[in-house]
Design a protein around this ligand. Structure first.
Ligand code: FAD
Ligand code: PYC
Length: 413
């Protein structure tokens, strides 16, 4: 060990194996260009190479991989959605997450915690029952529990009736999990690179080249790159990139904030969400309490943290966990989320031929990273949109076939 450290300390060049090899020069063209090196773009690149043998692929990331919403989210993974289309889609993702550390040979710290969506009103209890029934019908483990059940399952939570918003019960989803979000990005990046995918950080796509209605290349801050096919996976900047391709998305970009406390001894195993109080909390593997609420009340392309958010969040967190009153918050941050009218994503084809879209992930897209990557790779490689993705096509908005997930998207919005 001591010798190894000295070798690291004295070596003029880095002696270890690099996780990602040195960034290559950009080639003049690729079979597939993926715009955005978040979890979604990297997962798609990995499955293109692994499942379809499409390896002449470049992921172009304007900053650093995982530095967007992938590295800013609160890592909740679950499939307790409201619509049959949503439940089937997120269920495939949870299953992929369960085997992901093994698949990527990289520990993403996936831990199954159980997920509670608290109900404080009769209407919320009704939605819980509705979700539980849809979930069970599709083989997803969810059930409604009452306050007495909660006393046993989450003994540290304040279940007094003598508060402003007493808890009546909850939707309990045992498979609800958390994972280490940046490990997901790094795991996909590392394996994709091993398979031959090029990952170019510090490479911003500033324009798209479209001839005869089809994508032929992209313009970047490092020059022109030709492509046979391209996909945008740029989260909060989805509308901006779509505008470069010449079409409009029914998407508003809205900041979403979160924070973590100082580390505490483990006391909170499950993930607790309250749509009525607009808060959620879990305890991460380092002991930090990971907390967040609903989106900011206005659309904006920025990631500012606000005192207003923190005050509202803490007032409600302390209603459920009053003993946390003296625990300091260590960090607060925000991401830009691309919100759709029906709180479901937009995936698949676009009006531009061979130009694909992976967007509308709002506040709910981390949990979809594996399934979206896998199924978008299938879409790009085969030029056929799989059945699982069909309900989430862009054209659903003009066809009035929305996939309404507002009641299950995350916290209330
Ligand atoms: P990103 O990780 O944002 O990647 C997009 C990348 O595109 C960025 O790295 C960006 O730099 C790059 N890019 C943008 N424009 C360009 C360009 N012109 N050229 C090149 N690159 C470009 N989801 C859940 O499922 N569970 C949660 O608990 C959860 N909590 C959340 C909490 C917060 C505070 C936030 C902000 C989001 C949360 N989400 C959650 C949502 C989730 O984080 C996102 O939906 C998901 O990370 C989207 O992944 P992505 O790869 O599409 O986007
Ligand atoms: O999608 O479960 C979710 C979530 C929780 C907080 C933000 N998103």
């Amino acid at each position: 060990m001591a010798f190894g450290l000295i070798k690291y300390g004295l070596s003029p060049s880095y002696p270890g194996k690099r996780f990602l090899s040195r960034q290559p020069e950009l080639k003049s063209s690729y079979d597939v260009v993926i715009i955005g090196g978040g979890g979604h773009g990297l997962a798609c690149a990995y499955y293109l190479a692994k499942n379809h043998g499409v390896k002449n692929v470049a992921v172009l990331e304007k900053g650093y991989i995982g530095g967007g919403n992938t590295g800013r989210n609160t890592a909740i993974i679950r499939s307790n959605y409201l619509t049959p289309e949503g439940v089937a889609f997120y269920d495939e993702s949870v299953r992929l997450f369960q085997g992901l550390s093994e698949d990527l040979d990289f520990n993403i710290l996936y831990t199954e915690r159980g997920h509670f969506t608290l109900a404080h009103t009769d209407a919320a209890m009704r939605t819980s029952r509705w979700r539980a029934e849809v979930n069970k019908h599709l083989g997803v483990n969810s059930e409604v529990v009452d306050r007495e059940d909660l006393r046993k399952l989450v003994p540290c939570m304040n279940l007094s009736e003598d508060v402003r918003h007493p808890v009546l019960g909850a939707l309990y989803h045992p498979p609800g999990s958390i994972a280490r979000h940046d490990a997901v990005a790094w795991g996909y990046a590392g394996r994709a690179a091993e398979l031959g995918v090029e990952i170019h950080q510090g490479t911003e796509v500033t324009g798209l080249e479209i001839e005869g209605g089809r994508i032929t290349g992209v313009v970047t801050n490092r020059g022109h790159v030709g492509c046979g096919k391209a996909m945008q996976a740029v989260a909060g900047l989805s509308g901006v990139m779509a505008a470069k391709a010449g079409f409009k998305l029914p998407i508003r970009t809205v900041p979403l904030q979160a924070c973590v406390s100082m580390p505490l001894k483990p006391f909170l195993d499950p993930i607790i969400v309250s749509g009525s109080l607009h808060i959620y909390i879990s305890q991460g593997s380092r002991g930090e309490l990971v907390m967040g609420g609903s989106t900011d009340p206005y659309p904006r392309y920025q990631t500012r943290s606000t005192l207003d958010f923190m005050e509202g969040l803490m007032a409600h967190i302390l209603e459920l966990f009053p003993f946390l009153a003296d625990v300091p918050v260590l960090r607060q941050w925000a991401g830009m989320t691309d919100m759709t009218p029906d709180f479901s994503p937009v995936m698949g084809e676009t009006p531009v031929k061979n130009y694909y879209i992976d967007s509308g992930w709002g506040t709910w897209g981390f949990k979809a990273t594996p399934v979206c990557g896998k199924r978008m790779a299938e879409t790009i490689a085969t030029a056929r949109v799989p059945e699982l993705l069909q309900p989430f096509r862009l054209s659903r908005f003009e066809e009035y076939h929305l996939v309404g997930e507002k009641g299950a998207a995350s916290v209330g919005h």
